[in-house]
Write a protein that binds this ligand. Structure first.
Ligand code: ZN
Length: 403
C-alpha cells in the first residue's frame, strides 16, 4: 500500500523509477567522489544513524574540505517516522541544505530519500551495510517511533547518485549481509507469486531476474560470508544492494511483496522483535509463505522450496523459527496480534492466489520447520552449492519446476 505524505499531497507517479541516475562502486571510492558530490550542491545535510555517521565522517572530511562543501549532520533517531521526518525537515531548512546525503542501513536511507523528496532536493545514498536495497529504490517505509510498520511511500525517482564503497560495507557485521541475502531472496518467492503470470514485458523481466538473483545467492553466499572483501563477497553485495533494487525498480509496485513482507510487517508490531533485522524477519516470512502455499494450496513445490531454504538458512545463519527471531516465549495474544496486522485488508498478503485468515497464518507461523513428506522428484530439487557454475544453467531444472 502507498500513502500520501503530509506535506505534499497525493503521490501517483505514472513514471518508471527503475534505477539511480548514477551508480559509483569500488573500494575506497568515497575519497574520489568530491567533484561528483559538488555537482549536486554546496550545503549537504547528511542523514544517518549514529554508527553510520561515525564511520562516514572521517571518510568524507577531506572530500568536503577539498570541494569547499559545508555539511551538517542529523541522526534519523529512533526510526524513519513522521516525527523524525519533521525534525529532519527543520534541520534541512536551518542548514539551508541544497542536497541530502543518506548514509546507513535501510531506515536511514528511507528517511533520507523521503526527506529529500519532501524538500524537493537531490538525494545521494551511501549504504553502510548490504542488508537491504534501500540505497537503490524509489520507496520509503515509514514506521512509528517504536518501530511498528506504518506504510510505504512510492517516490517519483530513484536516488540521483548511489555511492557503493565496498570498504565501508566491509566494516558492517556479517549478520547484516546475511540479512540482506534473506531480503533479496524474497524477491523471487514474492514476485513469482504476485506476478508470475503477468503479460507485461518489464514485469516478466523482473520476475526472471528475481530467479537469477536467487540462484546467485544460493550459489555464492556461503563463500562470500567466509571471505569478506573478496571478489565473490563483492558479487553478493552487488546482488543484495544493486540487483535486488533493480528488480524492484523494473517490476514496480506490482511485483514487490506478498506474504513474506506482510509477515515482517506484522512482526514489527511486537516489541520483542526489534533485536532482529528486516531481512531476518523477511527470510522467516518466506518460510511462512511457503508453508501457507503448502497448507492451503497443497503445493508440493512449496514443500521442496521450503526444504531447500531451510538447509540454506542453517548454513548461512538465517532464522527458521519464531524462536530464532527471539520470539520463543512470546504470548499467543501477541502472535495473534501480529497475524491480524499481517492479514489487515490492505496487506500484501492478499496477493496470494488464495484467501488467508489470521488463524491460518498463525498455524503457518508456528510450523515453518514442520517435517517434510517429500516425493522422489522433490528430492532432486536440492541445489548443489557451487560457486563456479553458471547460475542459470546449474539451476535451470529447479527454476522450471518452481516457476
Ligand atoms: Zn525487504
Amino acid at each position: 500500500m502507498s500513502h500520501s505524505i503530509p506535506t505534499t499531497g497525493l503521490l501517483t507517479f505514472p513514471t518508471l523509477a527503475i534505477a539511480p541516475a548514477q551508480v559509483m562502486r569500488g573500494v575506497q571510492i568515497l575519497q574520489d567522489a568530491g567533484p561528483i558530490l559538488a555537482r549536486y550542491g554546496q550545503r549537504p545535510l547528511i542523514v544517518g544513524g549514529d554508527r553510520s555517521l561515525e564511520i562516514i565522517r572521517p571518510r568524507l572530511l577531506s572530500v568536503m574540505e577539498q570541494q569547499g562543501l559545508v555539511s551538517a549532520e542529523i541522526s534519523y533517531g529512533q526510526d524513519c517516522s513522521e516525527q523524525s521526518l519533521g525534525r529532519m525537515r527543520q534541520a534541512a531548512a536551518t542548514h539551508t541544505a541544497d542536497f541530502i546525503m543518506g548514509v546507513g542501513g535501510g531506515k536511514a536511507l528511507d528517511a533520507a530519500k523521503l526527506l529529500a523528496y519532501q524538500c524537493n532536493l537531490p538525494i545521494v545514498t551511501i549504504p553502510t551495510t548490504a542488508a537491504t536495497c534501500a540505497a537503490w529504490t524509489a520507496l520509503s517505509n515509514v514506521y512509528t517511533e517504536t518501530g511498528a510498520f506504518q506504510y510505504d511511500v512510492g517516490l517519483p525517482h530513484c536516488p540521483n547518485l548511489l555511492l557503493l564503497d565496498y570498504e565501508v560495507i566491509a566494516t558492517a557485521p556479517t549478520r547484516t549481509l546475511v540479512a540482506g541475502i534473506g531480503d533479496a531472496l524474497a524477491k523471487w518467492y514474492e514476485a513469482s507469486v504476485s506476478s508470475g503470470h503477468s503479460q507485461q514485458t518489464l514485469i516478466i523481466a523482473a520476475v526472471q531476474q528475481a530467479r537469477v538473483l536467487r540462484d546467485i545467492l544460493l550459489q555464492k553466499s556461503v563463500e562470500a560470508i567466509d571471505r569478506p572483501g573478496s571478489t565473490v563477497w563483492q558479487e553478493v553485495v552487488d546482488a543484495t544492494v544493486l540487483m535486488a533494487g533493480a528488480i524492484g525498480g523494473m517490476g514496480g509496485a506490482q511485483c514487490r511483496t506478498v506474504a513474506a513482507h506482510a509477515v515482517h510487517n506484522g512482526l514489527t508490531h511486537l516489541s520483542q522483535v526489534h533485536s532482529s533485522l528486516h531481512g531476518e524477519k523477511v527470510a522467516y516470512g518466506i518460510l511462512v509463505q511457503l508453508r501457507l502455499e503448502e497448507l492451503l494450496q497443497g503445493s508440493q513445490l512449496a514443500v521442496s522450496a521450503r526444504q531447500q531454504l531451510i538447509e540454506f538458512y542453517q548454513t548461512i545463519g538465517l532464522p527458521l523459527t519464531l524462536k530464532d527471531l527471539g520470539l520463543g516465549s512470546v504470548s499467543l495474544d501477541a502472535l495473534e496480534k501480529a497475524a491480524e496486522v499481517a492479514c489487515s485488508p490492505e496487506s500484501d498478503i492478499h496477493r496470494l492466489p488464495f484467501a488467508v485468515t489470521p488463524v491460518q497464518l498463525l498455524s503457518a507461523m508456528v510450523s515453518t520447520t514442520a517435517t517434510f513428506e517429500l516425493n522422489t522428484a522433490a528430492k532432486s530439487f536440492n541445489v548443489k552449492l557451487n560457486s563456479s557454475g553458471n547460475p542459470g544453467e546449474l539451476n535451470a531444472p529447479i527454476a522450471e519446476e518452481l516457476a
